[in-house]
Design a protein around this ligand. Sequence first.
Ligand code: NAI
Length: 244
Amino acid sequence: MERLKNKVAVITGGANGIGKATALKFIKEGAQVAIWDITKEKGEEAAKELGSDTKFYQVDTTSFEQVEKAAQQTYQDFGKIDILINNAGITQDATLAKMTIEQWQKVLDVNLNGVFFCTKAISPFMVEQACGRIVNASSVVGVYGNFGQTNYVATKAGVIGMTKTWAKELGRKGITVNAIAPGFIATEMVKSIPEKVINMLEGKTPLGRLGQPEEIANAYAFLASDEASFISGTTLNVDGAVTI
Ligand code: NAI
């Protein structure tokens, strides 16, 4: 089944982890994929692995200038942009007492400004064609909070707010805007968490394990597909029920 046939998708943070698994899933579903990532080597490697329907663009999503340039270039290369997956994100954890202003600012720059910049640059192409799908990466911690993640939690809660706002602003233009809230997924991001904390998280998860990047990719694909045509403004938990 090719649920994304003839669609052009921009996936930020597509060089690694969940973003790379999403690029692979989208290709399998018939899409053409523009991987936008700050990491050149891994991005080029991913695009090569995924084949001729994938193209890599080196973009730092914290720079509106780079984002605008990449949006124009992607539009020129593919002729349209149907789907935006705002997936790039980082953590820089510390307790409130120990968090530096630089840590606070850096995480806001990538996880909040980056999402705003990409959506601001790409949504006009969707408005012009009167259809589009935007899916943003939030997190379960954006809803429930998390020890040592003031900066990250602020951004992931902010993403839920932006998702609802854009769903209201862009709905009549034929564009749906949703977010996903993953639980703890086995990627580089989670590798920095101590093993004992991972064991504790697995214990707290009714499904008894971490999620896999492919399981988040499946949720992105669903929300980007025509099957989700009347879903907008929602945040879908993909978390093994860790939050109930
Ligand atoms: P990852 O660290 O494996 O990959 C993130 C990608 O974003 C990397 O390829 C990195 O180069 C890219 N990136 C970072 N800064 C960038 C920038 N300024 N411009 C362009 N690209 C940039 O992360 P992972 O785990 O795949 O996470 C993907 C998304 O899912 C993130 O938004 C994350 O916050 C979210 N998420 C992840 C969870 C997890 O347990 N792994 C849980 C909940 C949410």
